[in-house]
Write a protein that binds this ligand. Structure first.
Ligand code: AVI
Length: 322
């Protein structure tokens, strides 16, 4: 078992994205992928245990209950690549079921080195597993995994936890089509999708009473302070969760509590905020079970099977590359 961590220097790209997002006319925004530095990944891990955030538990319940059925539908031999493994806890069910059948190569792909290390520690005790981690963006990591595949070796890609919902709907389809472009016909993708639920449930999940989601969101400003020498005063911004009914999504924003100017030297930027103005940091789209079929069809997959959790509406979808 080996964790293969390759780190590019990300500061230049981060500065460029912060500059682009905060100088946009109209709504200021920051890409949600920057929520996941080491602190952000640890906070997300805590969010996944909060009583009001049922998403991760629903995902895990489905994997625990149906891992054998899922594995029985896969061709052999199959290797597993995971886009955004996080701690790897819920992946255990699939890997244990597979490892009972065959030696399994598992390739977690993560932008957080600490999450990757946690994932390796979490899963290395499984018999007949070999783990090779990639500290990479999803598609770069997947390209590396497939570059080394052997003839006759099938691939199962895991994209769990409804991370697809953090793309807007057209971008989600484009992303799935890019994944499809890297795969061979007959390869599989296990896709987790959070389903539509009530406004009350969503607000409680994305603006929790303990303030963990607030800390997760504000940490993005702390990261900009740390990495780009900025002087955001975290006490002058407030976490807000908003329902966007038209998009069927819940949005996270950071609202400026007063008129203020923030200096971000490494992005060569002075940004003005008006009181009440927000930075949009994330959208989490919710789906109907049926729309998933159409979405994946447009990306070049067919849906072989779908399992739904009714306690916290969530669907696990087994897709086959056409
Ligand atoms: C990772 N992603 C699916 C989470 C979500 O629910 O959209 C991120 C998150 N943001 C706030 N809470 C959790």
């Amino acid at each position: 078992m080996l964790v293969h961590a390759i780190t590019a220097n990300p500061t230049f790209e981060f500065a460029a994205d912060v500059r682009a997002g905060l100088t946009r006319p109209g709504q200021k925004e920051l890409p949600s992928k920057y929520l996941y530095d080491d602190v952000g990944s640890a906070l997300f891990e805590v969010i996944s245990h909060l009583p009001d955030y049922g998403l991760t538990r629903a995902d895990e319940r489905l994997l625990r209950r149906h891992s054998h059925e899922i594995v029985d539908r896969l061709p052999a031999p199959v290797s597993v690549a995971e886009l955004g493994s996080g701690s790897g806890k819920k992946t255990r069910w699939i890997l244990e079921a597979l490892c009972r059948r065959q030696r399994t190569f598992y390739y977690p792909i993560e932008i957080s080195s600490s999450a990757l290390a946690m994932c390796e520690r979490e899963l290395r005790d499984i018999d007949s597993i070999s783990i090779l981690g990639f500290e990479r963006e999803y598609l770069d990591g997947l390209l590396e995994v497939t570059a080394h595949r052997r003839a006759g070796q099938h691939l199962l890609v895991l994209f769990l936890g409804s991370t697809i919902g953090n793309f807007d709907r057209p971008a989600g389809i484009r992303f799935l089509a890019e994944v499809r472009g890297i795969l061979e016909p007959g390869d599989s993708l296990l896709l987790g999708t959070d389903l539509e639920k009530s406004r009350e449930q969503l607000i409680a999940a994305y603006d929790d009473e303990l303030g963990v989601t607030s800390a997760f969101n504000l940490n993005l400003l702390a990261r900009i302070n740390g990495q780009l020498d900025a002087d955001f005063d975290l006490g002058q911004f407030q976490h807000v969760a908003r329902i966007n009914q038209q998009d069927r999504s819940v949005e996270m924003h950071l609202k400026s509590k007063r008129d203020q100017i923030v200096n971000i030297p490494a992005a060569e930027l002075l940004v003005e905020f008006e009181q009440g103005e927000t930075i949009w940091t994330e959208s989490s789209h919710k789906y109907s079970p049926e729309e998933v079929f159409e979405m994946v069809r447009q990306a070049g997959f067919s849906c072989e099977a779908q399992w739904i959790d009714h306690e916290w509406p969530f669907a696990e979808n087994l897709l086959i590359a056409q």
